[in-house]
Design a protein around this ligand. Structure first.
Ligand code: MSP
Length: 679
């Protein structure tokens, strides 16, 4: 194996407020696939995950359960580790923010930023809910009341420490504008650039209203803000800053920092591309090379949310279909960076189609025929690989071989861009071509003719080689299936390398044994009924999936943006209309079930909107504000009785309502079920 250098990849560290759902699994599965892939191609990989265990929310959940916060998180973290063990998530380290190694270093980080002159004592002002002992920002309040208990809140102040975020605004803007590689996808980068341009305020980084956190090292009675604590994990896990005085304590940091990629959900991109770099800038530490913001898995009612209880439990899916089926589905079904809808139908469709019909079938057909026709013994024929590739350029044999050796390169290119779905699609092109090869060469017919014995063996050998290549190609994504294929091929050498996927004719012979059926076919109707009962969130039933997006403390300029937009709106109104004019409008709640770019117009998006029993197409000029994947699952307001018209060749039946702040359009959304009237 050639050493290509180091590769450090991280996931967010998850809140152990309750068990993780399939949304968290999605992120971890992507990171795991990338870590496995990088190891296989020769990188020295460091893959970090963990849990973010402090904060008021965790403290309150534990209090409600009548246990200590530590007991609470210990229980949940044990479950998270079990889940990752079942899925053989190949992390190299799992950091818990309650570990001593982390806590001491976070205090040291606080001190370093303080010594750099970037932390000052000030007054934190917010909306305080006395029964909940919590501060909330304007944005977090629900109808002006506490989002947790619904009671009245009052303005309150307390002494706290602040981090001089504003000092770093120019450098952050320059980073975002001049280094496109630093934050992807581009839509997120543009959002962040706009965010910084609106102005950054200093960030409140200590709290005195609860104590489940890391104590501020320079004053008793305050704990460090959870995000400062949590973000530091990426470097404390590497032993930085050195606090023990032991030799080699921060060797890992020297080796792996800066991180190659922080993989995070889109809702926490802000924390990773503003607060985290500013902290590092303050300490003169190099910045991570890249932050990648992935999209959300949505249920028909919106984002999965632990707090709302509308989640899909990965354990249920794994118990029923296995680890590889879940991993394959998550990696193949969704486009990186975009939101995607999780449905039970889509999951079963992939399992029966791609996995049972294509991959499972290929292996069982080959192993079955090899056992039956040649007693499992398949040898390479007299010709070597290169000669046979040159034989007849258009024969099925050459087509298969040429395709087989070309896939690894294509997978590498797609993996560079985290395009797991395209990488898998390339592999499946080969798998489907192999099934077609069986149909073309008809080994069962060859087996009936003695004179075709050599040809029969050649066909089975070509398929064996293809399966060997497939087993290497799928290894980062589905390692159980990869191992099972090798077992049925009779390959005992477990050291097959990525480079071996680009060579045809490598193995001298195969000893086939028909083993377990990798992915047995499902009776879709019966299975869907059973799954809908087990995973109701994956059905099309309505669910309220909104989640409170974490606030950015004082940095958050959202209130000001809202104020500015409101002021803009105040300016001019259209002329008065009669009530009857308004009454002519038929407004309905619709749900975006699909969204794509208009094939002939850059500014337009083509939506499929479900309203009750009907799904209709509506075209809107909002491509500058939304990526198609960001729209699926949203509940929107539709002008349902607008005369249909053609927009650049696409029919548009109705209109969607958006708020317009002058720079971008925002959906006017609702949580009411689709089809309902808006009056
Ligand atoms: N503790 C913070 C992260 C600190 S990182 C220094 C946190 N934790 S979390 O438990 O809420 O996990 C958030 C992450 O989980 C998201 O950024 C995303 O990677 C993943 N997901 C959670 N719900 C998800 C979906 N519904 N869909 C896809 N990913 C989801 O935020």
């Amino acid at each position: 194996m050639t050493d290509k250098g180091t590769y450090y990849i991280t996931t967010p560290i998850y809140y152990p407020s309750s068990n993780l759902h399939v949304g968290h699994t999605y992120c971890t599965v992507m990171a795991d696939a990338m870590a496995r892939f990088k190891r296989l191609v020769g990188f020295d990989v460091m893959f970090l995950t963990g849990t973010d265990e402090h904060g008021q929310k965790i403290q309150r959940i534990a209090e409600e359960a009548g246990i200590s916060p530590q007991e609470h998180v210990d229980g949940i973290v044990a479950g998270i580790k079990d889940l990752w063990a079942t899925m053989e998530i190949s992390y190299d380290d799992f950091i818990r923010t309650t570990e001593d190694r982390h806590k001491r270093r976070v205090q040291e980080i606080f001190k370093k930023i303080y010594e750099a002159g970037d932390i000052y004592r000030g007054e934190y002002e917010g909306w305080y809910c006395t029964p909940c002992e919590s501060y909330w920002t304007d944005v977090q309040l629900v109808d002006g009341k506490c989002p947790d208990c619904g009671r009245l809140v009052e303005k309150a102040k307390e002494t706290a420490y602040f981090f001089k975020m504003s000092k770093y605004a120019d450098r952050l803007l320059e980073l975002l504008e001049s280094e496109p590689y630093f934050l992807e996808p581009e839509t997120r980068r543009n959002e962040m650039i706009q965010f910084v341009k609106q102005g950054l305020e200093d960030l409140c980084i200590s709290r005195g209203s609860f104590d489940w956190g890391i104590p501020v090292p320079i004053e008793d009675g305050q704990v460090i803000y959870v995000w400062l604590d949590a973000l530091s994990n990426y470097i404390t896990a590497l032993g930085w800053p050195a606090v023990d005085g032991t030799p080699g304590e921060d060797d890992k940091c020297r080796k792996y920092w800066p991180a190659d990629v922080h993989l995070v959900g889109k809702e926490i991109v802000r924390f990773h591309t503003l607060i985290w770099p500013a902290m590092l800038m303050s300490m003169n530490v190099p910045l991570p090379k890249k932050v990648l913001g992935h999209g959300w898995l949505l249920l028909s009612g919106g984002k999965m949310s632990k707090s709302k209880g509308n989640v899909v439990d990965p354990v249920t899916l794994i118990e029923r279909y296995g680890v590889d089926a879940l991993k394959y589905f998550l990696l193949r079904e969704y486009t990186f960076g975009q939101d995607g809808l999780f449905t039970n139908e889509a999951l079963l469709g992939r399992i029966n189609g791609d996995l049972a019909n294509d991959l499972g079938n290929l292996l069982s057909r080959w192993a079955g025929m090899a056992e039956k026709f040649v007693c499992g013994h398949v040898r390479r024929q007299g010709r070597d690989a290169d000669q046979s590739v040159c034989a007849a350029a258009t024969s099925p044999d050459n087509e298969l071989k040429e395709l087989a050796v070309s896939v690894a390169g294509k997978v590498e290119a797609h993996m560079d861009g985290f395009a797991f779905n395209h990488a898998l699609e390339e592999i499946w092109t080969l798998i489907r071509r192999s099934n077609k090869y069986i149909d073309e060469t008809m080994p069962w017919a060859l087996a009936k003719d003695e004179a075709q014995a050599a040809r029969l063996e050649e066909v089975l050998y070509n398929l064996g080689e293809t399966l060997r290549i497939v087993s290497i190609l799928i290894q980062p994504f589905m390692h159980y299936s990869s191992a099972e294929i090798r077992k049925q091929l009779g390959i005992t050498d477990v050291t097959l390398k990525w480079e071996d996927a680009s060579v045809f004719g490598l193995e001298a012979e195969y000893h086939a044994t028909k083993g377990v059926n990798l992915f047995p076919r499902l009776d879709i109707d019966a299975e869907l009924e059973a799954l809908n009962a087990l995973v109701p969130g994956g059905t099309d039933e309505e669910s309220d999936g909104t989640e409170i997006v974490p606030d950015l403390g004082k940095v958050c300029a959202e209130e000001e943006v809202a104020e500015a937009a409101a002021k803009k709106g105040e300016a001019e109104y259209k002329p008065e209309i009669e009530y009857d004019d308004f009454d002519k409008l038929d407004l309905r709640v619709g749900e975006v079930v699909e969204c794509m770019r208009h094939p002939n117009a850059d500014k337009l998006l083509v939506f499929q909107i479900r309203m009750g029993n009907e799904t209709r197409q509506i075209v809107s000029g909002v491509a500058g504000s939304y990526a198609p994947g960001d729209c699926v699952g949203r509940k929107v307001i539709v002008v349902a009785n607008l005369k249909p018209r053609m927009l650049r060749g696409e029919e548009s039946k109705g209109m969607l309502l958006f708020a317009d702040n002058g720079d971008r359009y925002e959906f006017v959304t609702t949580e009411a079920p689709h089809g309902e009237k808006v009056t």
